[in-house]
Design a protein around this ligand. Structure first.
Ligand code: NDP
Length: 262
């Protein structure tokens, strides 16, 4: 029996075990998926191999640490320097990123030419690079300066709260963890009100609850999505890597969708 896991801090809220175990159980794949609360990201590689995992997902705040922990990084993860999926390939740790394509899957019904990303962490990097790949104009807003450096060549504008002035956006995305375990807005409320008044669509990477950000979007009558569809998209792609092409993607998708009803 193969063992898979998700690493994060916090990780208790994660639906990934339910999603992947539904696939394994219902498609008779001999594997099991668990959660690991990891506080110190530098222990990721050591913990992965001590537990003899076949693969893993990595969530907040360890995705950049996961990139560093790999022996080899493949595909889109190489572009962004952020890894959310790890595979044990004959004792070598291989890293992938399935978050960004999962997000594009979630918003495919919306016409988006320009986007404001709130937050500048791993998810923001992946999305900004993925949007840029599709020639979508990207602006980034973060509470502090340090992480904005990465976006200089990708985004048309990068701002902290201090120097931000809103313009028109097709889509605004919350990629911060504000609202995950608290009732905070991802930026000061007045600023967010102006942003939403100038936006057509809103999306949050957080799933399983209506965050203050989405509540405000909803109150303003803006179409919105939470992170559940993004989670589904990244999960299907990760599971296909875990099961090494032995399961059909349509079957993985169906089982994961069903797990959302549990
Ligand atoms: P990171 O830790 O890499 O980055 C977090 C970012 O959020 C930083 O820019 C940080 O700002 C900002 N931030 C954190 N707390 C606050 C706050 N209270 N107010 C304003 N800004 C804040 O996180 P990730 O990019 O890995 O994940 C971000 C969120 O996305 C998490 O909630 C995660 O659960 C969710 N997620 C969901 C997925 C899905 O499938 N639905 C997939 C991936 C992530 P600063 O630079 O100032 O510290």
């Amino acid at each position: 029996m193969e063992l898979f896991a998700i690493f994060g801090d916090p990780v208790a809220h994660s639906r990934s075990p339910l999603m992947h175990n539904s696939v394994f159980k219902n498609l008779l794949y001999k594997a099991c998926y668990t959660k690991i609360h990891l506080k110190d990201g530098s222990k990721l590689r050591e913990t992965f191999f001590n537990l003899a995992l076949s693969g893993a997902n990595v969530t907040v705040p360890h995705k950049e640490e996961a990139y560093k922990a790999c022996d080899e990084v493949r595909g889109f993860a190489k572009t962004v320097g952020v890894v959310n999926t790890l595979i044990n390939e004959d004792g070598r740790l291989i890293g992938y990123n399935t978050d960004a394509d999962g997000f594009m899957y979630a918003i495919k019904a919306w016409h988006v030419e320009n986007v404001l990303i709130i937050g500048a962490g791993g998810t923001a990097k992946a999305l900004a690079s993925r949007f840029a790949q599709d020639n979508i104009n990207v602006s980034v807003l973060n509470r502090s300066q340090e992480k904005l450096h990465y976006f200089k060549d990708i985004a048309s504008t990068c701002h902290t709260w201090e120097n931000f002035k809103a313009s028109k956006y097709d889509l605004v995305v919350n990629t911060t963890s504000a609202g995950l375990q608290d009732e905070e807005f991802p930026c000061p409320r007045e600023m967010l009100e102006t942003i939403l008044d100038n936006s057509s669509f809103a999306a949050d990477a957080i799933y399983g609850k209506l965050t203050p950000f989405l509540k405000l979007a909803c109150a303003k009558g803006i179409s919105y999505k939470d992170g559940a569809n993004m989670l589904l998209g990244q999960g299907v792609l990760a599971n296909a890597l875990f099961t090494k092409g032995n399961l059909k993607t349509e079957d993985i998708l169906l089982q994961m969708q069903k797990s959302f009803e549990l």
